[in-house]
Each structure stands twice: as structure tokens, then as C-alpha cells.
Ligand binder design. Sequence first.
Ligand code: HPA
Ligand code: ZN
Length: 338
Amino acid sequence: MNSSELKKLIEGIPKAELHLHIEGSFEPELMFEIAKRNNKEIPYKSVAELKNAYKFNNLQEFLDIYYAGANVLITEQDFFDLTWAYLTKVHSQNVVHVEVFFDPQTHTDRGIAFDVVITGIYKALEKANKELNISYKLIMSYLRHLSEEEAFKTLEASIPFKSWIDGVGLDSSEKGNPPSKFEKVFKASADHGYKLVAHAGEEGPSEYIWEALDILNVDRIDHGNRCLDDEKLVQKLIKDNIALTLCPLSNLELKVISKMEDHPVAKMLEKGILATIHSDDPAYFGGYMNENFYETAKALNLNKDQIKQLAINAFEASWLSNEDKAKHISKVENYFNK
Ligand code: HPA
Ligand code: ZN
């Protein structure tokens, strides 16, 4: 397959995105527009200058800019516009199902009410469901650099909106903030009926993946790159069919890998791990779903079967009903058989 054939193949696949931070889809153009209407300053003169600042040596350098960018989001309309822009973009890439993270504390800590944030996001998701036929789940993520007590406050604030929220996650600065720090709030979240996921093994060690599984009881791991350090863990992931939502362009931009050729996803597929590919923070890392598939497939020389497997795995790992999973998977199969 040459580059344009590979691109065309990837574009046509019906895809599911399971690892996407809505604040990480904030494109500089929209950021400037929203900043202007809210009379907020951005410490960069232009879109070009801002984009030029997107050079990261690690997760923390990215997070500092990502939280600063989110500062200009104030009104329900802002959160709606942010989410709608993401959904129309991925619709153009043939993404048919999304499971979207939002970070309430990034906003409530600035005095923006929880209901303002979630209502804007929810209305855009509903509109996309009706008008673009995109199904969705919404995941509220706790910021792990903050305390468990603060996560509990967020859990409390979410209860009136429980019917809009499918699960909770754990993101932000991983090193030094192990999953075990959030044992109680994850237990309480599960008691409220929320599903559980956590970022683990992106920069942190494989022990954090064990903790996410054994202490938090998550049913999916976000990233999980470091699992390959521990064969016993690999065997557990396979046996329990635990999905890893990998984000290759993110890994490259945050120096989790030094070149795309080193990305572990091919090795993971070969071992039989339920590995999937997503975009994480596409506005910051240079690509949405198609670009992540394309750059990975090109660098690792993935064949059609491996690309198909990645597409199927994402539906398999999703929170859709078994019936809906089967429908989507058969569409992927048909696409590759035609
Ligand atoms: N890791 C941790 N926290 C995050 C990320 C990530 O890749 N993206 C947004 N918040
Ligand atoms: Zn992430």
C-alpha cells in the first residue's frame, strides 16, 4: 500500500474514539475567538505564536499549557462550542462513537460552576447524536495532582447530573500520584453507578497499572504503555481482556517514545492485548483519529489485518451494548472485505 492508499483506507473505516480530553481538542483558532468574546488575555500574540509554543519534553510541560488554554472557557456556550467543534471534526473522519473525558476541576477551581461546564458539553453531545448520528459516553476525570478530598467534592457536584455521566477517570500529572491515592473516591464513584477507567503507565511505572486494576478496579487502562515491562501484568491484561487506550501521537509529542517506530502497539497486538488507538489531545499533538492511525500504521508497517484489528478493538473496548458493538464490528468487517 502506498501512502495515499493507506490514508484512504484509514479515512473510510468507521471508528470509535475512547481516549479524548475535550479540553485537549481546543484548537488555537477557537481559543482566540473565545478569549476575545470573553475579554480574556492569551499570553501569545497570534495563533502561529501559540502553536509554536506546543513543544513538550514531558507530560507536565504539556499540562501547564493545556490548563492555561482552558482558562478562557467561561460560559455554557464556550463549552458547547468547544465540544461541537470536536464532534464535527471527527464526524468528517468517520468517527461514529466517542467516549469523551472532561476535567471538571480545571474549571470549578477557577470559579466556573459544574453545571455550566457539563451542560455545554452535554448539549453538544446530544446534538451530535441527533444530527451526526454519533453515539457517545461522557467520562468525568479526577485530577490526580489534587487531593482525594477534592475529588470527593467533584463526585458530589456530579450527582445531580448522574444520568449524563457514564464513568469516571483519572488524569493529569502521573508520577508521584499513584492510583492508590484515589481508592476511596473510586469506590464511592462505583457505588454511584459510574464505570471506572484510569490513566496509568504513560509516564508512571507498570506498578501503577497494577494499582489501577487491583485497587481502583478499573475496567480499562488509558495509555498503559509501560505494561510491557512486566510479563505477569501482560498475561493478566490478556486473561481479563483489559483494553489499553493508546495514543501514539501523544506519546511521541510527550516523549513517552522517542520515535514512532518505537511505539509498542504492534507488539501489544501480537501478544493478544486488547490495544486501541486514540488521539488524547488532538489540538496539541498534531492529529485526530485518522492521523493517529496513519502515522502509526506507516511507522510500524501495519498490515490491513492489524489496522482492522485496531478498529474492531475500539468497539470491543467501548461501553456500547453488546448489540451495538456487534453492529459496528460487522460494519468494520464489511468495509475491509469489500
Ligand atoms: N495524561 C494525563 N493527563 C492528561 C493527558 C494525558 O495524556 N491529557 C490530558 N490530561
Ligand atoms: Zn489522556
